[in-house]
Design a binder for this molecule. Structure first.
Ligand code: 13P
Length: 247
C-alpha cells in the first residue's frame, strides 16, 4: 500500500517550551489512534529533545528537524551538524523556500544537505516550488534534479519530496489538487515509484480532502495549520477517513 505522510512544519512558532509541550502532547494523544497515516512533527530545533521525550517510542508520530548543516563538524557558529540531527530525528526538511529566500540557500547547498542527510540515515524532505503561479512544472523539476545531483538511485526510496509553490505558502491560496497532481506526475519522472510526493501551501482541514482524493499525492507538508492542534488533528483525521483505511 502507498504511504500517507502528514508533516507538520512548526517553523519558528510554538516559541515557548510550554507551548511546544502542550501542542506535541495534544497531537500525540489525538493523532495516535488515527489509522493509516505516518505523522512527522518538525518543531524548532531546540525543542527536539523535549518532544522526543513526549513522543516516546510512538511508531506513528516521528520527529523531523527543519534544517541542518552539511558539514560534519567545525567552526560554523549557530549551525546544527547532521550527526546531531540524527540523534534526535529520523527526518529533516531540506531546501524549504524560506531557507532559500531568507538564508540564501542555493541549489548546491540543498544538494549537499540531501547527500549529508542520507549519509547519516536521515530521510530528507526535499522542498521544491516556483515563486509565481505558472502552468508548468519546469522550476520544481529543475530544483529537484539539482537536489538529486550525484545521489545514487538506490537512495531514491529513502527520500520524500514536497511540492510547495511559494505563492501558496501562508497566503490562504492553496494550489488546486488537479494541478498539484500534474506537477507530481512530472516530479515522479525523476524519482522511484515508492518516493512519497507531498503537497504544501495553505493546507487546512477544509481543503485537505481534495489532496487525499488524488492518488498522485502521498501526503501534505503543513505550516501554519500544524501549530493549531485542532486544525492539524482535523487534517490527519480527514486524510485517514478519505482514504477509507481499515485497521
Ligand atoms: P503554510 O501551510 O502555512 O502555507 O506553510 C506551508 C509550508 O511552508 C510548510 O513547509
Amino acid at each position: 500500500m502507498k504511504r500517507s505522510i502528514i508533516v507538520g512544519n512548526w517553523k519558528m512558532y510554538a516559541t515557548s517550551i510550554a507551548d511546544a509541550h502542550i501542542l506535541a502532547t495534544t497531537i500525540r494523544n489525538k493523532v495516535a489512534p488515527v489509522i493509516g497515516i505516518e505523522v512527522v512533527l518538525c518543531p524548532p530545533a531546540l525543542w527536539l529533545p523535549e518532544i522526543k521525550n513526549i513522543l516516546g517510542d510512538n511508531k506513528k508520530i516521528l520527529l523531523g528537524a527543519q534544517n541542518m548543516a552539511y558539514e560534519e563538524e567545525g567552526a560554523f557558529t549557530g549551525e546544527i551538524a547532521p550527526s546531531m540531527v540524527a540523534e534526535m530525528a529520523k527526518f529533516c526538511i531540506v531546501g524549504h523556500s524560506e531557507r532559500r529566500q531568507y538564508f540564501d540557500e542555493s541549489d548546491q547547498d540543498v544538494n549537499e544537505k540531501v547527500l549529508a542527510a542520507l549519509k547519516h540515515g536521515i530521510t530528507p524532505i526535499i522542498c521544491v516550488g516556483e515563486r509565481k503561479r505558472q502552468n508548468n512544472a519546469a522550476e520544481p523539476t529543475r530544483q529537484l534534479a539539482a537536489a538529486l545531483y550525484h545521489v545514487p538511485k538506490k537512495y531514491f526510496k529513502d527520500i520524500i519530496v514536497a511540492y510547495e509553490p511559494i505563492w501558496a505558502i501562508g497566503t490562504g491560496e492553496n494550489a488546486e489538487p488537479e494541478y498539484v497532481a500534474k506537477v507530481a506526475v512530472k516530479l515522479r519522472e525523476l524519482l522511484h515509484t515508492a518516493t512519497p510526493i507531498l503537497y504544501g501551501g495553505s493546507v487546512k482541514g477544509s481543503n485537505i480532502a481534495g489532496y487525499a482524493e488524488r492518488p498522485e499525492i502521498d501526503g501534505v507538508l503543513v505550516g501554519g495549520a500544524s501549530v493549531r492542534a485542532a486544525e492539524f488533528i482535523e487534517i490527519c483525521r480527514v486524510w485517514s477517513n478519505s482514504k477509507n483505511f481499515k485497521s
